[in-house]
Design a binder for this molecule. Structure first.
Ligand code: TYD
Ligand code: MG
Length: 467
């Protein structure tokens, strides 16, 4: 008889190991290996099956054919629909990940209520909170009277039996996958094997019935609870709900989407009555600006199809340390090192004796290389103590040779800036024809050194004016 095999599964990436080790070879995380039995679980090889089953022929079909119903369910919450690419897709599974307490349950309660109010059948299954707690939240959100069907349950088989009753639901929300467990796997709830097997069952349900399924997943740093990382490959879409501690707004970011664009964001603000949509994020991110202070530059970013203006703040201060500090919030720290190196090598600006701090205002995160020019301007401005013009926006990529390279959507970025009252722009040359008043007031350096010279020169011209 074959011995029941024991495996050690990494709770971070799901890799299986024969032996316990302190560090996972696949993802490099420490203390994430947990012993799990493999009998009957997902990932058990064919050897564990009692007898090989003879395959059953499935009907092959053509690409062209009728599709029942509208393929998408629109919630009417604009920012959510934008992030999902136009609404929840029927027959698909969507994962919404995020830190505990960020507002996932709040968002989904609001979405469930909005859909139920539009006549869809919505089932909300919570494994984390009791029915009374969810009711309390619904009252707070002012949606308690909407016909959302609610259950507090964690067993997948029971959940599936419950929702098979009556009309097929349009949307099923599972909050959260970490609490789900199935009879088919014998590991503890929350382990990778259980999370994977339970998610698989819910995804299979979505595909076979055409209901849209939303899975909620917590991301924890400890790796004790299986992160939703292992589920990311299995679902059709992954959204991350992010927010910086202490700030009220939240960003719903599309990471994977089989049915739409992946670079969209939805912006919300957490209030005492739930999440409010923020239709114009630029106004929010630029809200508390001190435009006269040196070290601040406004970057015209593009998020998906939408331009967003954010303020980049730099502080360059004399350092007493042997190795000066470099600290970044909201941007890539290796990208900052690169910009500092380019400024030193090609523009003669020295940061060797200075601590450098960089912050993207409002807790926003930037991933675009187009922010280079704004970062460089903020750094030079802080180092020299010369404030940048308050009505100017910056965008452009900087290459290692010190050249300023064009970026996409220049026209859109300028239009947004003009709409918000900016009159000037610094952008790469070769950005196409520039329309409008802001085009006339623009400066288009080909090299970063030109921009540094211009910023330094602005003090001289200002000094001459006052003479
Ligand atoms: P929640 O949706 O429970 O987070 P998650 O499901 O991601 O763990 O939201 C938790 C936080 O949101 C909590 O700290 C309270 C806050 N909150 C508000 O500020 N206003 C509200 O109307 C609601 C419902 C929650
Ligand atoms: Mg929750």
């Amino acid at each position: 008889m074959a011995k029941a095999r024991v495996q050690f599964i990494c709770q971070n990436c799901g890799a299986a190991h024969q032996r316990w080790a302190g560090k996972c070879d696949s993802c490099g995380e420490w203390n994430t290996l947990v012993e799990e039995g493999t009998s009957g679980g997902i990932g058990s090889g064919p050897g564990s099956l009692k007898s090989a089953r003879k395959g059953r022929a499935v009907t092959l079909t053509s690409l062209d054919g009728d599709i029942e119903d509208a393929p998408r369910i629109v919630s009417g919450i604009g920012e959510l629909d934008r992030a999902t690419g136009g609404g929840f897709v029927r027959g698909s599974a969507l994962l919404i990940g995020g830190d505990p307490g960020i507002g996932k349950s709040t968002l989904l309660t609001q979405a469930a209520a909005a859909l139920a109010a539009r006549g869809h059948r919505v089932v909300y299954v919570s494994g984390e909170e009791a029915v009374a707690q969810i009711r309390l939240r619904a009252q707070r959100l002012g949606v308690a009277s909407t016909p959302v069907e609610l259950a507090a349950e964690t067993n997948v088989e029971d959940i599936l039996a419950t929702i098979a009753d009556g009309k097929r639901p349009d949307l099923v929300i599972i909050d959260s996958i970490q609490t789900l467990w199935t009879d088919l796997a014998d590991s503890a709830p929350g382990t990778v094997t259980q999370v994977r097997a339970a998610s698989q069952a819910m995804i299979r349900y979505a595909k076979s019935t055409g209901a849209a399924v939303v899975l909620v997943g917590h991301v924890t740093k400890e790796g004790q609870i299986a992160g939703p990382r292992v589920v990311e490959h299995m679902v059709d879409g992954v959204l991350y709900f992010e927010g910086e501690g202490g700030h009220h707004f939240r960003i719903l970011r599309t990471v994977k989407n089989r049915f739409g664009p992946t670079d969209e964001i939805g912006v919300f603000e957490m209030s005492d009555k739930g999440l409010r949509e923020v239709a114009n994020p630029s106004e929010l991110f630029l809200g508390e600006r001190h435009s006269k202070a040196p070290g601040a530059a406004v970057f015209a970013a593009i998020e998906g199809t939408r331009p967003v203006l954010v303020e980049i703040q730099a502080l360059v201060a004399a350092s007493s340390l042997g190795t000066p500090r470099r600290a970044v919030v909201g941007w890539d720290s290796s990208r900052l090192s690169m910009i500092l190196a380019v400024l030193e090598a090609h523009c003669g600006v020295r940061f060797g004796q200075h601590d450098v701090y960089l912050n993207v205002a409002g807790g926003y995160r930037i991933s675009e290389p187009a922010a280079d020019l704004a970062v460089a301007s903020a750094l030079v401005s802080s180092l020299t103590g010369i404030a940048l013009p308050a009505d100017c926006v910056y965008f452009g990529e900087i290459s290692l040779s010190g050249a300023v390279r064009p970026v996409a959507h220049a026209q859109q970025r300028l239009k947004e800036a003009e709409k918000l009252g900016f009159g000037r722009a610094v952008l790469p040359s070769g950005s196409g024809e520039l329309a409008g008043g802001i085009g006339a007031g623009s400066f288009q350096p080909t090299a970063l050194a030109d921009l540094v010279a211009r910023i330094a020169g602005s003090r001289r011209s200002r000094a001459e004016e006052t003479d």
